[in-house]
Each structure stands twice: as C-alpha cells, then as structure tokens.
Design a protein around this ligand. Structure first.
Ligand code: FES
Length: 175
C-alpha cells in the first residue's frame, strides 16, 4: 500500500460512509449499479481514486476490486492521481475544433504556465497540472454544447463561445 493510498483510506469520515450508504440504498435491486455513483462520490471527496478507493468501494458493494478498477480506467472522468484544484476541460470534437478549440487550449495552457505541446496523458493519469498545482488543462470530447462552440468545462461550469484572446483574462479571474 502506498503512502497516498494510506492517506486516503485514513480520511474516510463517518459522514462519507453515511453518504455512501445513502447512494447504495437507491439501488435495492442491483447494488452493483451504485458503482459509478460511489466513484463520483469518492473522487469528489478525495480528488482522485486511489487503490484504497477501489478496495473500499468494491468491498462496500460485495464486488472484487477489478470490477471497480475497470470502470476507473474506462471512463476518462476518473483519475488515479491528483489534479489541479481547477480543472479546465476544453472540447476538441468537430464543432469546437472548427471554431478554434485547439488555439483556446493552447491559450489556457500558456495562461496557467503549462507547455501547450506537452504529451497527452493516458487514462487514469492526472491531466497536465500547472507548477503551482492550481490548474489542470486537458482536451475532452463533445460537451453537448456544439451550438456555442468553442466551449470548456471549468470544474462544473460550462464556458461558451470562448475567444482565444479572452482566455488570459478568464484565467486571471479564476486565480
Ligand atoms: S463539439 Fe464541442 S460541445 Fe459538441
């Protein structure tokens, strides 16, 4: 067990257990259906899903760890490593790409101190994170707002019609 794993496992508070119980109670017929909601709960609480999260959730649902690990590695939303406090997800699918989302992402990277041409991370890895740990920037697929392209999700807020020359001021506000 890694140091990080131990840290997360030690931080499971009674309130978190109660919230997890509430989630599980919503799936009386198929308890396994609580897997994704519990993963969201865990990642929202701890920032990422480490080994202890996989073990805790699988034990809570009477599954084996691989049942949870395969979800974490399949869905890009979940991370096995810490990311920045503010995560900027720029859409790169067709409408946004044609409206300039690649330039928008480059501007976000430059504004937070990241190399805009750094290699892409793999599933489960943290997205590239600024040296101060405040921002992560990554590409994602369609955010279902194609009519207002280019768009980005900044934590839970959708930002629409982003002009590349407006990105620096946007990041300043986020700081
Ligand atoms: S293509 Fe970007 S929101 Fe759909």
């Amino acid at each position: 067990m890694t140091e990080t794993t131990t840290r997360q496992a030690d931080q499971i508070a009674p309130a978190f257990v109660a919230a997890a119980d509430e989630v599980v109670a919503r799936y009386p017929v198929s308890i396994r259906s609580a897997s994704l909601p519990l993963l969201h709960l865990w990642q929202n609480e701890f920032g990422f899903v480490d080994d202890s999260g996989i073990e805790w959730i699988s034990a809570r649902l009477g599954l084996v760890p691989i049942n949870i690990l395969e979800l974490v590695t399949f869905y890009p939303w979940f991370r096995r490593e810490a990311a920045g406090r503010t995560i900027i997800r720029v859409c790169r699918t067709l409408s946004c790409a044609m409206a300039g989302s690649h330039e928008v992402k480059e501007k976000f990277c430059e504004a937070v101190g990241l190399d805009p041409h750094a290699g892409h991370h793999g599933f489960g890895c943290a997205p590239p994170t600024s040296p101060d740990g405040k921002f992560s920037v990554e590409f994602v697929e369609c955010l279902a707002s194609c009519g207002s392209a280019p768009v980005a999700l900044v934590n839970d807020d959708l930002i629409e019609n982003i002009r590349p020359d407006a990105v620096a001021a946007l990041v300043e506000k986020l700081k």
